[in-house]
Write a protein that binds this ligand. Structure first.
Ligand code: NAD
Length: 484
């Protein structure tokens, strides 16, 4: 089938590739503005077919009763396929979200790692025998939900989709994955690789389409028992409200506005590098970006001066150029939104210390580029410090004492991450314990690992992914008591 711009890429229901009955949509390369091609749109009826395929596959004794080491073997084979095709997968992601190639390659490897990690959990995590309070044996078993909907954003499909799908399959579920309409291709290719690796058809279905149509149809489907969502807080709240109507479970990984704290006694060179990388890597399109910088007043002026110089020296360029350090934003719509938020900061009295505009380089004129931007002169209560930008925009603020700092750092609707730089470990520990966030880094930033739980406090979400117990997010506990 052809759309206005060439053949339409099909999506996967069971073992069938179909262009669907919904509206096809175009994928655009944000680095060049050129089309990546048309993608099929899944209608409500397509979504229903995908959920039915998942439900039927999940109910098969061959999957339900598959021995853990056999399920793990399939997951490991998927990991091998991802690794063997890492260059192609990285290329697909880069063309759709404009991330630096090197980062995409690393993420493909991490995606494979997630399948291996949950394969190991699948075959090693025990059920439990609880302390008995009578003449009986009390066992706790963990069972799959059934059909899991996985809905993902555009910033890191290679990792975010793997960590959801691998854990959900390891737990014995079937999955219907709806990737972002900006980055549909990684999910489609990984699903193809999963079939090649021997995953029985129907256990991983991919429906592509817009959030308000395909995504909403999936969230509202009565046979979806768990919705695992990563994306914006407003979308997450809407999903939670819909799910509550039928008591479907939700796991929500949402937005952030993370504080990054530098005390006067920090290793300044390392802190500077950590702050710069913490906010401008991935062009700031990271839920854990350290976007509110608090620097102790005695250090503030000198630190900000050096930071501005370092931000101005970052090489903004095409994602495929190994010399580039800051790539374009993921879409033109998103670039416009970031630009509008910088204008909002100016209206509120913010001073743009660097960036704040598109680059002048004519080489970059066709892409969705925006310069690394630092804003001073704002208080933590300003809109630019309270709303998520999801772009390369950092707000800098001085602080005086620890108690006031903690109050300001926590004065946000979000609670995803935080960074603290100091040589005084007891102080770092106090602050780490006082901060309301799912992850706190001390003298480092943005280190991620599949082996630790990840998620947010407050409006940054509910539930945890990854880590040893990450599989439990995709399981229901069942108590079985045996009388003597
Ligand atoms: P988004 O909320 O707009 O979209 C995310 C996904 O939800 C997309 O697949 C979209 O099509 C779908 N969607 C949109 N409306 C829907 C609806 N009504 N019903 C069902 N699905 C719907 O987010 P985005 O712009 O793609 O991603 C950026 C956001 O993701 C940022 O807020 C960022 O902080 C967040 N994020 C969070 C994490 C985390 O782990 N906490 C990781 C990455 C990104």
């Amino acid at each position: 089938m052809r759309g206005d711009n060439g053949p339409v890429r099909p999506f996967l229901i069971g073992s069938t590739w179909t262009v669907g009955e919904g509206q096809a949509f175009e994928s655009i390369n944000p680095a060049t503005g050129r089309s990546n091609g048309m993608i099929g749109g899944a209608s409500r009826a397509d979504v229903d077919r995908a959920v039915q395929a998942a439900k039927a596959a999940q109910a098969q004794p061959a999957w339900r009763n598959m021995l853990p080491h056999q399920r793990a073997a399939i997951l490991r084979r998927i990991a091998e396929r991802i690794e063997a095709n890492a260059t192609e997968l990285a290329e697909l992601q880069m063309r759709e979200n404009g991330k630096l190639r090197a980062e995409c390659v690393e993420q493909a490897s991490n995606g494979a790692g997630a399948y291996r990690y949950f394969a190991s959990i699948c075959e090693t995590m025990p059920s439990e025998v609880a302390p008995s309070r009578g003449e009986h044996l009390a066992m706790v078993l963990y069972e799959p939900f059934g059909v899991v909907a996985a809905i993902t954003p555009w910033n890191s499909p290679l990792t975010l989709e793997s960590q959801k799908v691998a854990a959900a399959l390891a737990a014995g579920n079937a999955v219907v994955l709806k990737p972002s309409e900006f980055t549909p291709s990684v999910a489609l290719r990984v699903a193809e690789l999963a079939l090649e690796a021997g995953l029985p058809p129907g256990l991983l279905n991919v429906v592509t389409g817009l959030g308000g149509e395909t995504g909403a149809a999936l969230v509202g489907h009565p046979d979806v028992r768990l919705i695992s969502f990563t994306g914006g807080t407003a979308t997450g709240k809407a999903i939670a409200r819909e799910a509550a109507g039928r008591m479907a479970a939700v796991a929500l990984e949402l937005g952030g506005k993370s504080p990054h704290i530098v005390f006067a006694d920090a290793d300044v060179d390392k802190a500077l590098e950590g702050v710069l990388n913490g906010v401008f890597s991935s062009t700031g399109q990271s839920c854990i970006a350290g976007t509110r910088l608090f620097v102790q007043r005695s250090l503030f002026d000198g630190f900000v001066e050096r930071l501005v110089a370092a931000a101005q020296a970052l090489r903004v360029g095409p994602p495929e150029d190994p010399a580039s350090q800051v790539a374009p934003l993921s879409s033109f719509v998103h670039r416009d939104k970031v630009e509008a938020m910088v204008a909002m900061a100016r209206e509120d009295g913010g001073r743009v210390l660097c960036g704040g505009t598109r680059p002048q380089d004519p080489r970059l004129a066709d892409g969705a580029y925006f310069l690394p931007t630092i804003i001073g002169g704002v208080a933590n209560s300003a809109r630019i410090c309270q709303q998520e930008v999801f772009g390369p925009v950092l707000c800098v603020m001085p602080f005086d004492d620890e108690a006031d700092l903690v109050a300001q750092a926590n004065d946000t609707a979000f609670g995803l991450a935080c960074g603290v730089w100091t040589r005084d470990f007891p102080k770092a520990w106090r602050v780490a314990r006082a901060i309301e966030a799912g992850t706190v880094w001390i003298n480092t930033y943005k280190r991620l690992s599949v082996s630790v739980p990840f998620g947010g406090f407050k409006e940054s979400g509910t539930g945890r992914e990854k880590g040893y117990f990450g599989i439990r997010t995709y399981q229901e506990a069942k108590t079985v008591m045996v009388g003597f």
